[in-house]
Design a protein around this ligand. Sequence first.
Ligand SMILES: [Cu+2]
Length: 131
Amino acid sequence: MTPSRAAALALGCSAGVLASGCGDEGGGAAATATVRTAQPGGPTVRAATIEIASFKYRPDSITLAAGGRVTWVNRDTAPHTAQNTGEDGPAQFDTGRLTRGRHRSITFSKPGTYTYYCVYHRFMEANVIVR
Ligand SMILES: [Cu+2]
C-alpha cells in the first residue's frame, strides 16, 4: 500500500510537532502543498490541512477518520487559533496562537462533530467531523 502524498506530508509535519519544531518550519512551499489534502464535503480522510486565510477556515468542514490528523496553516497577517471549549465537541482541542506561516497539527480520536473557532475573531467558525 502506498500512502498518499498528502498523508506522507502530514506525517512528516506531525513528527515535527512532537519535536516541537513543526510550527517554526511552517509556511513556504511545503505547507502550500499540503493544502490540497482538504476536500470540502469530500470523503472521509485520514489527514487534512485547513488553510486560514482572509479570516476564514478553508475548507470550513471536513470529515476525518477517527485517529486522523488535521493541520491548520495560517496564511493571514493576523494571528489565529483553531480551538473549542470541549462543550462544542467530544473533546477539547486548541492549536494555540498561530502567527503568519505557522501551522499546528491535532489528532482526533473521539468520533463526533467538533465546532471550533478563533479566539481572536469569534466570528470565525468551522467544524471537523470525526467518524
Ligand atoms: Cu483569528
